[in-house]
Structure formats: structure tokens, C-alpha cells
Design a protein around this ligand. Structure first.
Ligand code: GRG
Length: 327
């Protein structure tokens, strides 16, 4: 075996071990005496998920020399916040499929879903307080507030076929990239990074998160529901103008443009397969992937501030997976 593959394997092992500790924290912190909280919390958490945000936090903490247990507590904290946003988002979007299963709202109803989201969100705050660092509270409180703003901005942009690309980008930086940024920054804070290093880590997270959402949005046109674990075409069904459709409208024929505009305005998609075909036919999916790749290239440049080693290698691997994924 080559030296590189040995160190890659060591890198993967250390992360897998750290994630086991995080899963342990998640299981412990999920528990509630209220049966329905316990049931829905476990339903969504045990459905899995890629756990990208906690990995990001652990990798920056490791790269910068942190060895304590605060990393596991905070990694679980960001995963709880992420899970709370998914529960709320599926209610807002009336989604029926998530992580390859019926959504919690489809199974337990909207009220229970929102309230258990509140439980996870407030439990996350108890967890972050337990770490006893003012900067941590500042970063997490700020991130959750921006995520909520992003979701409201998205609501305001709904059904607008004239949405500007910059306004779309602002939404994804708020609703998705902010939690990636916070996760990376928290790792840097635990690693006692200086201000410039912390900013480089945060910038990496922000750019990775932006690229991640761009890919999420293209998979809604390119992917298949079985692999994605959620329904394809949901965005256009909700009247959401994402980058693939915004770019497609710049590239297609006037008749096709009118069809796409009408779908965004009304969310009526009897011709969903035709819409998907138009978006695919314009090359808008490849263009969106290129935009994600450019963002990733800028993200990677930040990694020069980290010492070479297993964590930096794993962060590079995370970049590749963020763009080349099917779920
Ligand atoms: C509770 C703070 C709070 C806010 C509520 C509803 C809402 C405001 C925000 C929703 C934000 C949201 C769902 C953004 C999309 C983020 C995204 C790309 C989700 C999918 O993430 P993955 O692919 O999911 O990491 P898995 O299932 O792998 O964990």
C-alpha cells in the first residue's frame, strides 16, 4: 500500500471514530420524557443523513489541534440545528419524502413536526451553552438567526420568474451556507485559531455551503427520487426559481421560457417532465455544476492556512463529495 493511501485510511479512521462519539452525544441528547418528542426526534435522526456539518466542525478542530470533548458536543449541536431546519422546512414546503422516508409532517402532522423542530433547536442551545464559551454562543445564535432570515427571503422570492441571480445567491448563502460557515468557524474557535485563520476557515465553510446548495438545486432537476431520498421537481412545484431554471430561461426558446415562467408563477407542473427536459437541454445543469466547482476552488484556497495532514486531506475529500454526489 502506498504512503498516501495509508494516510488516507488513517484520516478516514480518525473521522469515523470521532463521528461515533458525535452519534453517541446525539443519542443521549435526543432523549426526552415526552414520548412524541422522543419518537419523532429518533425517526428523523435515525433516518441518517450525510452529517456533513458535524464532519466539517470536527475536521477544522482536529486540523488546529483541538483534542477535547467540546468538539463532539458542538458537532451534535450543529446537526440538531440542521435537523430542526429540515423538520420546519418540510412543513413549509409540504414535502412528503426526506432521507428516503415519509417526512415527519406526512407521518405525524405539521404541528408535531414544528414542535419537535423547536425541541431540537432549543436542545441545541442547551448543548452550546454547556461548552461555556461566549464566542460559541455568538456564532451559533447569529447563524440560526441568519438561516431564519434566509428562509423568509426565499418565501418572499417565491413565484417570481424575474428573480435576479444575486438574490437567489443571497438566499442560499443565508439558508444553507451560514450553517456550514458556523460549523467551520466553531472548529477554528475550538482550535484557538488566530483571527485570520478563523476567517479563512469560515470562508471555506461559506463557499462549501454555497456549492453544496447549488448541487442540491441541480439534483432537483438531474437526480432521481430513489437516490435523492426526496422528490425531484419539488422546487418548481413550489414556484422556487433556483439557478438551473434561471439559467435555462436565459438559454431556451421564447416558447419554452414562457412555459418555465408560467410554472414558477403558478407552481402548476402537469408538464413536469417537459420542464425538466427543457432545463436539461439548455446545459443549465452543467453550468450550475460549474458554478459550484468555481466556488469549491475558491473554498480550497483557504486550506493553505491549515497544517498539511489527515484533516486537511479529509476536507479536500469533502469538497469533491460536495460536488460529485447523487444524494
Ligand atoms: C429552526 C433555525 C431554524 C430555522 C427555520 C425552515 C428554516 C428556518 C430553514 C430551512 C433551511 C434549509 C432546510 C436549507 C436547506 C439546507 C439543505 C441543503 C438541506 C439538505 O442538507 P443535506 O443534504 O441533508 O446535508 P442530509 O439529509 O444529508 O442531512
Amino acid at each position: 500500500m502506498s504512503t498516501t493511501s495509508t494516510s488516507d485510511a488513517a484520516g478516514a479512521d480518525f473521522l469515523a471514530l470521532a463521528m461515533e462519539r458525535v452519534d453517541e452525544v446525539i443519542r443521549t441528547r435526543l432523549s426526552s420524557k415526552v414520548a412524541l418528542v422522543d419518537q419523532i426526534g429518533r425517526y428523523i435522526v435515525e433516518a441518517g443523513g450525510k452529517r456533513v456539518r458535524p464532519r466539517l466542525l470536527l475536521l477544522f478542530a482536529d486540523a488546529l489541534g483541538h483534542e477535547g470533548s467540546a468538539q463532539h458536543e458542538l458537532a451534535a449541536t450543529v446537526e440538531f440545528i440542521h435537523t430542526a431546519t429540515l423538520l420546519h422546512d418540510d412543513v413549509v414546503d409540504e414535502s412528503s419524502l426526506r432521507r428516503g422516508r415519509a417526512t415527519a409532517n406526512a407521518l405525524f402532522g405539521n404541528a408535531a413536526s414544528v414542535l419537535v423542530g423547536d425541541f431540537l433547536y432549543s436542545r441545541a442551545f442547551q448543548m452550546m451553552v454547556s461548552v461555556n464559551q461566549m464566542r460559541v454562543l455568538d456564532v451559533v445564535a447569529d447563524a440560526t438567526n441568519v438561516i431564519a432570515e434566509g428562509e423568509v427571503l426565499q418565501l418572499m422570492n417565491m413565484h417570481d420568474p424575474d428573480l435576479a441571480v444575486d438574490d437567489y445567491l443571497q438566499v442560499i448563502r443565508f439558508k444553507t451556507a451560514k450553517l456550514f460557515e458556523a460549523s467551520a468557524r466553531l472548529g477554528a474557535i475550538l482550535g484557538k485559531a488566530d483571527a485570520a485563520t478563523e476567517e479563512a476557515c469560515a470562508d471555506f465553510g461559506r463557499r462549501l455551503g454555497t456549492a453544496f446548495q447549488l448541487v442540491d438545486d441541480l439534483l432537483d432537476y438531474e437526480g432521481c427520487s430513489e437516490e435523492l431520498g426526496k422528490n425531484v421537481g419539488d422546487d418548481i412545484r413550489e414556484g422556487k426559481a433556483t439557478l438551473p431554471v434561471l439559467l435555462a430561461m436565459e438559454r431556451c426558446s421564447p416558447e419554452e421560457r414562457e412555459m418555465l415562467r408560467q410554472a414558477i408563477r403558478t407552481g402548476e407542473v402537469e408538464g413536469l417532465s417537459q420542464i425538466i427536459e427543457v432545463v436539461r437541454g439548455t446545459g443549465a445543469i452543467e453550468a450550475t455544476r460549474s458554478a459550484a466547482e468555481e466556488e469549491i476552488a475558491r473554498a480550497r484556497a483557504n486550506l493553505d492556512v491549515l497544517p498539511a495532514g489527515r484533516a486537511r486531506e479529509a476536507l479536500l475529500e469533502l469538497c469533491i463529495r460536495a460536488v460529485h454526489r447523487s444524494s
